[in-house]
Ligand binder design. Structure first.
Ligand SMILES: CC(C)(COP(=O)(O)OP(=O)(O)OC[C@H]1O[C@@H](n2cnc3c(N)ncnc32)[C@H](O)[C@@H]1OP(=O)(O)O)[C@@H](O)C(=O)NCCC(=O)NCCS
Length: 207
């Protein structure tokens, strides 16, 4: 039996559990969360321990994925779990289309309806959320979140820890540096070279 552990009893965790089970690659999903034992269930799934409990039981899970929305915490937790002997895995929803000529690094989740076209590279612990499009030759660093409905045109690069908000679009060949937030619905037409929050069409720095 293939058991998947999800760290983070969140809404995002539920979506990962659903995708994992639909993929038929996992027989059983169990959750861990640092709020355990206060939290014991996520819908019908059990929360059976915290981060330390997960590490103690690492050899009982064929895969571990971190379901924490904060990009830096997710990446940090994933690296800690990996160093502690957990087998970090990626989850791809069966309705996502991922080119076999693209690369997805460990711990990344690809949600329903997402498309990753050829020759793109997606770093570790990324979220490629529902119905987002990553066109050809994009490079996403580690801990990036591409929110639902985002469109990244060809050859876009996104730096580590950056979050592209729901429904945002990024023009081809654009480069976005580390730790940037692109607000919901923004249209990015120029390179973003400085950390900060960018909104609007065309996207401009908010703070
Ligand atoms: C950009 C964002 C991070 C800013 O959040 P915040 O720091 O809490 O900022 P506020 O909501 O206080 O807004 C500050 C100002 O920016 C404006 N603003 C906020 N988000 C905006 C957006 N996406 N586009 C245009 N203007 C925006 C607000 O109207 C406000 O303007 P005002 O000062 O004239 O009233 C947030 O609004 C956003 O877009 N988040 C993305 C959400 C998302 O993608 N969720 C999906 C998760 S899966």
């Amino acid at each position: 039996m293939r058991r998947l552990a999800i760290l983070g009893a969140s809404g995002h965790g539920k979506v990962i559990a659903d995708a994992a089970l639909l993929s038929n690659e996992w027989d059983k999903v169990e959750f861990f969360d640092d709020a355990h034992p206060d939290i014991k269930f996520v819908e019908t799934w059990s929360v059976i321990g915290n981060t330390n409990d997960l590490i103690m039981q690492a050899n009982q899970f064929q895969g571990v994925v971190v379901a924490i929305g904060s990009n830096d915490i997710r990446l940090c937790k994933q690296r800690y779990l990996s160093q502690s002997g957990c087998q970090i895995t990626s989850i791809v929803h069966p309705s996502a289309i991922v080119s076999p000529r693209s690369t997805i690094h460990q711990g990344t989740v690809v949600m329903a309806g997402a498309v990753i076209n050829p020759f793109s590279v997606i770093g570790e612990a990324c979220i490629i959320n529902t119905n987002s499009v990553i066109e050809h030759d994009c490079i996403l660093s580690s801990g990036v979140h591409i929110s639902p409905g985002c469109l990244l045109a060809g050859s876009v690069s996104v730096g580590s820890g950056s979050w592209i908000g729901i429904g945002a679009s990024v023009k081809q060949l654009i480069s976005i540096c580390n730790n940037v937030i692109v607000g919901a619905g923004a249209i990015v037409v120029k390179n973003i070279k400085e950390q900060g929050t960018y909104v609007g069409n065309p996207a401009r720095k908010l703070f």
